[in-house]
Structure formats: C-alpha cells, structure tokens
Design a protein. Structure first.
Length: 134
C-alpha cells in the first residue's frame, strides 16, 4: 500500500484472522518493507507479530531486526503505532550504523512526525574513527 509518500509491503508465512475485521491479526515470519518518496528504504523482520486494526497498533513481542538504508536496529518487543507514526520499546536495543554503534538498556521512542528518536536507560555510544576521517 502507499500512504503519505511511503510504499509499504507486508509479507508473512501465515496470517491468522479473527471472525471480524476488527479483531487482531496474527502474523508468523513477519516481513515489512518500505520505501519513501525521498528514497529511504527499510525493512522489519520478526518471528511473530499482532496487528490490531481498531487501534492500528502492531505489537512484536519477540526479537526484531529493523534495517534502514542508514543503519540497523536490533531489539526485543517493539510496538508500532501505524496511525500515529510512533515506534517504541522498553527493552534493550542496539543500533549499528556506518558512524558506529549505540546501545540503550531501557529501549527507545521514535516519533516520525516530530522526527525525534529518544533512547532510555544507560546509553553507550561507540563511534567509528574511520567514518570521521581520523
């Protein structure tokens, strides 16, 4: 589907639907791919996820690998508000990018509309000297 300038493709090995369209949808071997009009490409891979159509929240209770053209985020239990453009987790996450690596012990909160990414708990940042010409 295309929404607000972003092309999104959702794939899963299996979907389980409730008896009505308002009930949560479970997905196994979940893959989400997106590309913005500006050229930012990303993917999210997880063993399992549940989408609630009434609230438009996606809950991924296990290991999550989210990759964008500018880095990779690994974590556990990530929730995504697809309507509000918010992603969050209260579990440890690790972000790897060409500039280095960041670990946050108490998760993160990303607000796409505000273009703000906040990490919580003990945060450790290791920068790559070669990326900065050192």
């Amino acid at each position: 589907t295309r929404s607000e300038g972003v092309q999104v493709t959702l794939e899963a090995a299996q979907f389980r639907y409730g008896s009505t369209l308002e009930e949560p949808i479970d997905a196994e071997a979940l893959s989400i791919f997106w590309e913005s009009e500006a050229g930012l490409v990303g993917s999210l891979l997880a063993d399992f996820g549940t989408f609630d159509p009434s609230s438009e929240w996606l809950d991924i209770p296990g290991r999550v690998e989210m990759e964008r053209s500018d880095g990779l985020l690994l974590g556990e239990r990530i929730e995504v508000d697809t309507r509000g453009g918010v992603a969050r987790s209260d579990q440890p996450v690790t972000v790897t990018a060409p500039q280095g690596r960041l670990s946050a012990q108490q998760g993160f909160h990303y607000d796409a509309q505000a273009e703000r990414l906040t990490f919580y708990g003990r945060v450790e940042l290791n920068l790559s000297a070669t990326e900065f010409g050192l």
